[in-house]
Each structure stands twice: as C-alpha cells, then as structure tokens.
Design a binder for this molecule. Structure first.
Ligand SMILES: NC(=O)c1ccc[n+]([C@@H]2O[C@H](COP(=O)([O-])OP(=O)(O)OC[C@H]3O[C@@H](n4cnc5c(N)ncnc54)[C@H](O)[C@@H]3O)[C@@H](O)[C@H]2O)c1
Ligand SMILES: [Zn+2]
Length: 348
C-alpha cells in the first residue's frame, strides 16, 4: 500500500515584494536576472501606455540584456475579454513563447487583470510581474492576485487567483494620467483609510491639494500606506473570505450605481457615492456617529468626487449584484473612521 499526500497549503509560497519608489522600474532588469522568472519576457500593455512608455521600456530592458517582446491591445475596459486574451496568446505563440517564459504587465488595472489571467492559463500557467501605471492599479488592482476578464453578462465573471512574483510601483508614471483617473484611484485610497487607518484619512484631509497636484513625497506616502493596508488584508485572507470583504466598503451600492450608469461613471466615482450611502445606513443602524459621516462626505466632496446619484439603488437592485450570498447582502459599514464591520442584511 502506498500513501500519497497532496499538501497544497504548505507546498506553495506565494509571497512577493512590492517596491514603491520613483524610478522603481529601473530595478527590473536586475530583478529578472536574479530571479530568472523566464528565459524571455512578454511585455503586455495597452495602446495608450504602449505609446507613452511601452516602446521605451522594451528598449531599456533589451539594453540591459533582457530578451523581450512588446504586445498591446486597444486601451479600455471593452478590451477586457476572452477574445483579447486569445489574440495575445496567439501572438505570443507565434513569437515562440512557451512555459519557460514570463509576462511583464505594464499598465492600468485592465492590463493587470488581463496579463494576470493570461499568465495563469498560458501553457497551464507562467510567472508574471505587475508594473502598474494608474493610481487605481498601484493601490488596488496590481495587488492580491485577482485576475480576470469581463463577459457580455457582466464584469470580471471569468478569472483566477494568480499572484504576481513582484510588483514594481513607480509613481512617476502618474504624471501623464488625467486628473479624473487620479481621482478615480484616490477614491480607493480614501476607502482604505476609512476601513483601516484613521491617520491616513487625516493625512489625506490635510494634504489633499498636494496629492491632487502629484507632489511626490505626499503621493508616495499615500500609495505606500494604502499598499500596506491591502497587503495586510490579503495576507490574512488570500482568497476573499471575511477580512478581504472589508475592501468592498462602498462597493455594494457602488457596483449597482456603476452598472446603472452603463459604466459611464468611473468605478472610483461610483464607490464614492456608495461610501456615502453605506455611511447613511451605518448612521441609521446607530453604528456610526453623524459627525464622522459628515467628515467623510466633506473629504469626498473636497476631492471633487460625487456624493449623490439621481437613482439610489434599492435592496432588490443590490441583490442582483454578483457578490450577494443567497438572501442576505453583506454590507460593509464603518463604525468609526478607521474601522469597519461586515453587516449582513436580509433582502427579502
Ligand atoms: N484585480 C483586482 O484586484 C482589481 C481591483 C480593482 C480594479 N480592478 C480592475 O481594474 C480595471 C480598472 O483599472 P484602471 O482604472 O487602471 O483602468 P485602465 O487600465 O482602463 O486605465 C485607465 C486609462 O488610463 C490609461 N493609462 C494607464 N496608465 C496611464 C498613464 N501612466 N498615463 C496616461 N494614461 C494612462 C489607460 O490606457 C486607460 O485608457 C477594471 O477592469 C477593474 O475591474 C481589478
Ligand atoms: Zn474598487
């Protein structure tokens, strides 16, 4: 008789480093030479980032002895689908990429989710690193290993958990990002501060204009703090159970608002309204004091993010959200600035 153990938990070490520094991408050649993630590298990016940074990044890697090819697709959420994945895979195969190679994801959350997904299935899985270029991707999408694509039936319906081997955050990429996209990412920073870090919230209150004008020290500080918060949450809960659900603060209402706008409203804008609605609920349930709710509303307004919508989603609208569990919706409600709880609410 033979006894076989498939010990999945301890067999895989998914740890990785997140480097946050102006010019962090300069460290990538040395990292790749040392870690030997691949024999050659597919840089995956979108059309906009390709023009701004892709071609020069590929030249820089080649100059430093890294064999690589650049692959891109039209920018925007409408590209985040299986067809684009298939096209990218076909181009990689044509250039003789195989399971000994790896992917470098250079771009916003769309590029990150797609490259992560492609790396998890290409030749049954290869390594990848994240090089986020939007604020939203720096503080959220590039961390935690959630990958995926959209379907016509809804967003992020196909995907995997596949952790990157490293994340290189270079905030200087943000210089070319539109103020609207900066605010979009800032909404997630504000969200993290409300659920976990009162000091960060206060820091944003005191330094908002510096943040919005991309003053390097201030910007780097809020990125670093938010990455720390997300890292701690993901560490505790890699596959989204209890702890990771806290990150959904503002998202239960936010997703419904985003959907109702037919995705014309940016995600961060929708969750800003979602946070205000969640706070209202928290005040009604006597979990949160009115003063804190007002303070949050004031910061969101000052950041020029929205606080209201014409059509407030009902519980029924919310029940059609993909994150519902049976007849109960798990709201994330703050109990004070810096702390939030999971609040299950019956929706029948
Ligand atoms: N995996 C996760 O945990 C997670 C978390 C949050 C969001 N997401 C996903 O992230 C996506 C949204 O990401 P996003 O907001 O970064 O959008 P995005 O990737 O579409 O980027 C927004 C726009 O900015 C452009 N851009 C990127 N970097 C730039 C730069 N430095 N300068 C100028 N323009 C630049 C892009 O080309 C695009 O047009 C969604 O698909 C969402 O589902 C994933
Ligand atoms: Zn979000």
């Amino acid at each position: 008789m033979s006894e076989i153990t498939i010990n999945l938990k301890s067999a895989i070490d998914n740890s990785y480093k997140v480097i946050i520094e102006n010019g962090a991408n300069q460290q990538i050649p040395a990292f790749l030479q040392k870690s030997k993630l691949g024999q050659k590298y597919a840089i995956i990016t979108d059309s906009k980032v390709e023009k701004l940074y892709g071609a020069s990044f590929a030249r820089f890697l080649k100059k430093n002895g890294i064999e690589c090819e650049l692959f891109s697709f039209p920018d925007g959420e409408t590209s985040k689908n299986l067809k684009t994945i298939e096209n990218l895979a076909a181009q990689m195969i044509e250039k003789s990429f195989d399971r000994k190679d790896a992917i470098l994801s250079l771009g916003g959350g769309v590029v990150g989710d797609m490259s992560g997904f492609l790396s998890s299935i290409f030749m049954r899985g290869i390594s990848y690193i994240q090089i986020p270029t939007t604020l939203l991707a720096m503080v959220d999408a590039s961390l935690g290993g959630k990958t995926g694509v959209d379907m016509s039936e809804g967003k992020n319906l196909l995907g995997t958990f596949h952790q990157p081997k490293a994340v290189f955050i270079d905030p200087t990429y943000l210089k070319t990002l539109s103020p609207k996209q900066i605010r979009n990412g800032l909404a997630e920073v504000i969200k993290c501060s409300i659920i976990k870090d009162e000091k960060l919230f206060k820091f944003i209150e005191d330094n908002l204009s510096k943040i919005l004008s991309l003053e390097p020290k201030t910007l780097n500080k809020i990125i670093e703090q938010t990455v720390k918060i997300k890292a701690k949450i993901v560490e505790k809960d890699e596959k989204e159970n209890e702890e990771r659900m806290l990150l959904n603060y503002g998202h239960t209402f936010g997703h419904a608002i985003e959907k109702a706008s037919e995705f014309k409203l940016l995600h961060g804008y929708a969750i800003s309204i979602g946070m205000v609605l969640a706070n209202k609920m928290a005040v009604e349930k006597k979990l949160l004091d009115k003063k804190s709710a007002e303070r949050i509303k004031k910061l969101i307004t000052k950041a020029e993010l929205p606080i209201a919508t014409m059509k407030i989603p009902t519980l029924k609208d919310l029940a059609s959200d993909k994150k519902k569990s049976a007849k109960v919706i798990n709201f994330i409600l703050p109990t004070k600035i810096g702390k939030a709880v999971i609040y299950p609410e019956k929706c029948l």
